[in-house]
Design a protein around this ligand. Sequence first.
Ligand SMILES: NC(=O)c1ccc[n+]([C@@H]2O[C@H](COP(=O)([O-])OP(=O)(O)OC[C@H]3O[C@@H](n4cnc5c(N)ncnc54)[C@H](OP(=O)(O)O)[C@@H]3O)[C@@H](O)[C@H]2O)c1
Length: 287
Amino acid sequence: MKILITGPHGMLGTDIINLLRKEAASSTHNKDLKVIEAPHEELDITLEDEVSNFISRHTPDIIINCAAYTNVDKCETEREKAFKVNALGPKYIAAAAKECGARIIHISTDFVFDGNSERPYVEEDQTKPLSEYARTKLEGEKNIQDYCNSFLIVRTSWLFGHHGANFVKKMLELAGHKKELSIVTDETGSPTYTTDLAEALWILIEKGCEGIFHVSNEGYCSRYEWAKYIFETQGYNIKVNPIKSSQYKRPAKVPLNSTLNCQKLTTSTGMRMRPWQEALSAYLNKQ
Ligand SMILES: NC(=O)c1ccc[n+]([C@@H]2O[C@H](COP(=O)([O-])OP(=O)(O)OC[C@H]3O[C@@H](n4cnc5c(N)ncnc54)[C@H](OP(=O)(O)O)[C@@H]3O)[C@@H](O)[C@H]2O)c1
């Protein structure tokens, strides 16, 4: 089985590559697993011909698209780039996947929802993106569904991992030189460890799951609670002031409720994601 990964040097992509390489090395069952990395320097997903040529040359069985333009605030001003990477790229990959009969695994986001729900979002809930990032990611989802026969779209939330910028790293960096911070209390989500997400993706792939799935670590918290938890467990004595999101000005509008219901993952695979606190401890112990 040949698996091609776009964005292999990103935060999630790196963990997927590590997991696949371990799988390929460890089990006799997966001896024939071949991992093809398609880094940005070799494959720009916004170039249709390049995508088509690269994919038809490698004839993968599965394509995992981890490439995206993920700077939510910058997407507000760099709209064309956001559209090309998050919406057009998936379209070109989906069309090329269809051409060579490959399954496509595409990563999407909790931000496709407007955050007004009073419960965690299920896969069938009405989407209503609030930002350019979210609009382009939703367009990417639609293109995957329209241009490819066999797809798995995984929406996830609040990622943290070892190989990219994220909230946990930011908080630890700030804790090194600040005595006091203000963090929002009315933005709620499920922090998700990219190592855990990579494992869930692999299980979904092995089980042949298709359609849309929500995958995040179990439980939820506000940004304020998340920051407090990081500081307390890491022994930082830092004053955290609770503020409302309306007091924290940023270019992009983000959903207040970002929580995802992951029951479908459990029902379809038997897998349950561990609580975010456990995942965070595992991440911090590995730092
Ligand atoms: N981070 C989060 O909190 C979060 C939350 C929910 C969902 N997601 C989704 O999860 C997925 C993975 O996120 P992540 O945080 O791991 O992303 P990331 O670290 O920003 O990695 C994205 C990768 O995409 C590559 N890329 C960008 N433009 C490209 C292009 N035109 N052609 C080819 N490659 C390109 C980047 O390479 P260069 O750096 O070389 O450009 C980078 O390696 C994304 O789909 C994202 O939307 C993320």
